[in-house]
Design a protein around this ligand. Sequence first.
Ligand code: 26Y
Length: 822
Amino acid sequence: TSAKKLTEVSIDKKDFKQAVIRHLHSTLGTDENKANNHAWWKATCAAMQEQVLEGLRKTQKTHYLNDTRAVHYLSAEFLMGRLLSNNLQNFGLFEVAQGALKELGVELSDVLEEEPDMALGNGGLGRLAACFIDSLATMELPAIGYGIHYEHGLFRQEIHGGAQIERPDSWRDYGNPWEICRPESIQEVSLYGYVETKYGDNGRIHKEWHPGAIVKGVPWDIPIVGYGGNTVNVLRLWQSQSSGYFNWDVFNAGGYVDAQRENVLAETISKVLYPNDETEAGKELRLIQQYFFSSCSLKDIIRRYKRAHGDDWSRFADQVVIQLNDTHPAIAIPELMRILVDRAELDWDSAWNICTNVFAYTNHTLLPEALEKWPARMFEKILPRHLEIIYEINHRFMALVDKQWPNDNAMKARLSIIEEGNEKMVRMGHLSVIGSFAVNGVAEIHSRLVKQNLFPEFDQLWPGKLTNVTNGITPRRWLKACNPELSKLIDKKIGSDWPMDLDKLQGLAKHADNKTFQKQFMKVKQANKQALADEIKQSMGIDVDVNAIFDVQIKRLHEYKRQHLNLLHIMALYRRLLEDPDYDMHPRVFIFGAKAAPGYKLAKDIIFAINKVADKVNNDPRVNNKLKVVFMPNYRVSLAEKMIPATDVSEQISTAGKEASGTGNMKLALNGAVTIGTLDGANIEIAEEVGDDNIVIFGMTVEEVEALKASGYNPYDYYYNDAEIKAVLDWLETDYFTPGQPGALVSIKQSLLEGGDPYMVLADYQAYSEAHKVIDAAYRDKERWARMAIINTAKMGKFTSDRSIRDYVEKIWKLESCKVES
Ligand code: 26Y
């Protein structure tokens, strides 16, 4: 059992304490009297890292000796959060460390707070990658994550006068105790230059790329500890560094100082994470970032393969599967072709056969603005040989299209990798579908829409290639570690196996009507709400009542996620309370956490509006504490870990068809929150699991959205026919919320009226308002609510990322697990 496994690998409290003191002395050069919490944190990490590295060594050796097939997860983002608590938890050393530190007069919880988040991602896609590598290690699957060692992760958000200000994130300023630099595995990556065509004596054409610049990729390894501690896999992140070759012409001309300036450019590649999610920026540096980490990773994969198999490429596709986390690493496809054809001198068909048996692609979005396209001219400048290869792939693909749909030029234009127009563009999604053996969406409805709307012809051409793997989350971080009190209660009720086998939570369902268990469950929720209330008071000075409903919307700020729908409804409640002081509602605290892309004007305006409405509502005695609004700054993994256990109501209110899956929805429901949500993404599957009585669904379906759009949606119909909508939108235009600055909030009204309301906020408003009345009534019935909350936790088994990984293994990766002896 997992409990047994956990104790076997443990060292005891005495040894752990010794290790912490030893590191305090000899790693940090301080002692018990002088050490502050930061030093204790580092010493504790170092003590832990001894155990971790032992596991890493054993795992790598076992995988090598068994010559295992492995998955290589390529992702431009890994949103890891903090690692100490997770590693202690997964090694079964959490209590040991807690006890050891206590004897040293130190609180583990204070020490854990010292760790900066590793925020090398924007949101869902990056956090999914982090959950997946946790599951891969837990399930003892041979796997490696590849990404970028950004010097600065996602910006730190401050709120000044209600508005978002971005500050640089410097997660490594005082060193990262987990990462190990591996200079022995440095790779080189070429950029720019030109292609030379050479004719061999056998008539064979050979292409030679003469790069204009070469940069180095320095790998940093982060050990990934599986639950139970046996398998420790690696996350390998590439840092760019100048090689002597960068801009060699300047250097040769004696321009020593100028060459140093070029060095700065090389090192810019891994400098900062692009903070846009779901909007394609088309920036040259971003394409370079993508190529940089894809090329380093491929070369690393090939080096490892060759160590075992030499120059025999025939088994490459048996040993290697590469999962592309969206199209960000899709350039790996032509890169592998280049290596096989130009370098290894394989013929095109053999090379293509290898490629199309190695790559698989996950699509995370249908939003047109998030589908990556690069100007062919930019490609030609940065990666001239790759553009040629893409043209060749496309040429051969067009022949296939012609066979399937003879003489159909419209079809060819639709399916081509190259989009013709004013400016020729390379469509990375098409390249990914054509170059992969499997393509998946991330929830049932999303995968259906990928097949029906995004890639219907590809689905016809290659039936079965497009499939679904519903997302998941790791229950180790998102229940066991972040909600220890609920975890202990669950352990007592059903045993402690559930973190490895989440379907076991079903065992809670039969206690859902038990009054004593309901009380215990809600007591834990209350305590978690108190802890969050304390945090809100301490960080923002706002008093919130823990008897109020904690209603939470946490996710990136985007129009399609409709934080402004939530805001309009809050304003409406405020207005109802002002018009009727006895307006009957249970006290509610609306809590937000969201970062906006720095260039996304309306998203930032919505953050500003939430804060301005919050100021007014929170300081208006007339609402009699029935309504509070809190915008918690700098939403990130470690803040999510505090908010999620304290949530009563989970807001999942995207326009149907727009949210590919969502994963916050799963985390909140797992911790006993009731969802108010649309029939979108994984909400649909959550509703199937918990049943209609335990979720509040509202609003238009995908079909209704499409029909309304087709019939000509006019937001003014709602504005003029719904007095509440009109009053609330007009309110935004006054200076009520922004004294002395009339019109400061008007952009929201404009986008909803003149702007055409692209995400149909007004069309769903009434249904949303009614759904909140259902929530209100359900909450007031204490037993009913407790039952709903328990059932939500009990029915989340499907959404463990272990199940997602099992689906990938069976449908796509065809991997076998590999036991590592402890
Ligand atoms: C092109 C570039 C600017 C870009 C960068 C990041 C485009 C998209 C992204 C991030 C997308 C993302 O996080 N998508 C989310 O993926 C989650 C995991 O599959 C889904 O749950 C969520 O619905 C989806 O929005």
